[in-house]
Ligand binder design. Structure first.
Ligand SMILES: NC(=O)c1ccc[n+]([C@@H]2O[C@H](COP(=O)([O-])OP(=O)(O)OC[C@H]3O[C@@H](n4cnc5c(N)ncnc54)[C@H](O)[C@@H]3O)[C@@H](O)[C@H]2O)c1
Ligand SMILES: O=C(O)C(=O)C[C@@H](O)[C@H](O)[C@H](O)COP(=O)(O)O
Ligand SMILES: [Zn+2]
Length: 370
């Protein structure tokens, strides 16, 4: 089964992708050099499903785990929750020799990773992702953050995990909506780096409402590994997003994050907002970066097959979305570095996209797709 290594000098780590890997958590943590007390942070939905197996595996490998549960959902990714968890960890006796395990989706991963980056000025952590978003994207690369009312992920740190343990079989307990929103991030990887993945992703559409077939479950480690490898190679070359390489992973996110933050957090799921943001970015790519309409359609049809939202819900006004995009971390001296596609599988950064261009692209999202 695949193990992908992410090479970042002394911050290098392995990403294990294996059906059943959850029961080897302790072994993988030990092999990564983790030791002693480990605070397993998870959410109220994941805890009853998977915490026991993880705790058991950690105990068998000689760890002393404690369990810490937050409410499921995007609303938990905030400063107050981070502070409450820090207090809980102090009370549980976790000191500088301890470490953290993030068991859950991207919310738990970003929140627990952020805590690991600041707790006692930083302790090691591991990622045990259980959603598609987290397995194909958020558990890898070391971006950790919480949201504030002004925008998504505006308070955070780069803090790489010591190891990532991905068990694709955990995805079988996800509902259709959460599966689909996660696949939006895989479509993003296909759109920026590997258009050959689009066909396979589109084929998953019919399985979303009936559940993954055994054949698909058997193929998941390979599909997840391809996504992880795309992200790992990008992160290796631009860990801190300073070279216009890592920013490509933000395709669909400028307007996507604006939409996600324009309504109460959790109303529109992250991947759903990214799907809408990708439609807007495809519109701009056709006009400003020479993307052919057939390539744009290939990506749109994939998102459509996954039943992702491509039309802006009523009640979200363009000015609010634009205002939320103003805090995007890709702004430099007032200029947005906008990710556009020149071809399916080829992305670049444009500094030519204006506020008016973005407003036009957001308006386009009100038009039904044929
Ligand atoms: N750091 C990064 O690089 C990065 C990348 C992409 C997304 N993100 C962040 O990730 C977050 C979205 O992540 P998400 O979509 O995983 O959301 P999430 O963590 O809220 O998970 C979605 C829902 O699925 C439930 N769940 C998790 N695993 C489950 C399982 N196996 N079975 C049943 N239910 C399960 C959760 O309890 C939650 O209710 C956003 O905050 C986004 O900003 C970060
Ligand atoms: O890892 C990255 O880099 C990404 O851009 C991955 C995105 O899918 C993810 O949503 C990320 O958190 C967005 O980054 P941000 O810097 O815009 O918060
Ligand atoms: Zn994302």
């Amino acid at each position: 089964m695949p193990t992908i290594s992410l090479a970042l000098g002394e911050r290098s780590y392995d990403i294990h992708v294996e059906n059943g890997a959850l029961d080897r958590t302790g072994e993988f943590a030990y092999r990564a050099g983790l030791d002693g007390k480990i605070a397993v942070i998870t959410d109220s939905c994941v805890a009853p499903l998977y915490a026991e197996r993880v705790m058991k595996s950690l105990e068998s490998a000689g760890f002393m785990p404690s369990l810490h549960v937050v409410n499921a959902g995007e609303a938990s990714k905030n400063m107050l929750q981070a502070q409450e968890l820090c207090s809980e960890l102090v009370r549980a006796g976790l000191d500088r020799t301890g470490c953290i395990a993030a068991l859950g989706g991207g919310v738990v991963g970003d929140l627990a990773g952020f805590i690991a980056s600041i707790y006692y000025r930083g302790i090691p952590f591991m990622q045990i992702p259980t959603t598609v978003v987290a397995q194909v994207d958020s558990s890898v690369g070391g971006k950790t953050a919480v949201n504030i009312p002004e925008g998504k992920n505006l308070v955070g740190a780069f803090h790489q995990p010591s190891v990532v343990v991905i068990d694709p079989t955990t995805l079988v307990t996800l509902d259709r909506r959460t599966l689909a929103e996660g696949l939006a991030e895989a479509v993003k990887h296909a759109a920026i780096k590997d258009a050959s993945m689009l066909h396979e992703l589109k084929g998953l559409g019919p399985e979303l409402s009936i559940g993954f077939s055994l054949n698909t479950i058997a193929r998941l480690p390979d599909l997840i590994s391809r996504n992880v490898a795309i992200k790992a190679r990008i992160v290796e070359n631009d860990e801190l997003e300073t070279l216009d390489i890592r920013a490509l992973l933000n395709f669909g996110h400028t307007i996507g994050h604006g939409i996600e933050a324009a309504v109460p957090y959790g109303t529109i799921l992250h991947g759903e907002a990214v799907a809408l943001g990708m439609r807007a970015a495809l519109f701009l790519s056709e006009r400003k970066a020479g993307l052919s309409s057939s390539d744009a359609n290939k990506i749109l049809r994939t998102l459509q097959a996954l039943e992702l939202p491509l039309v802006l819900p009523d009640g979200i006004d363009t000015a609010t979305v634009l205002q939320k995009t103003a805090s995007d971390k890709k702004f430099r001296a007032g200029t947005i570095r906008f990710v556009l596609l020149s071809k399916a599988g080829e992305a670049g950064i444009s500094t030519k996209i204006t506020r008016e261009d973005m407003a036009e692209a957001i308006e386009e999202l009100r038009r039904p797709l044929d």
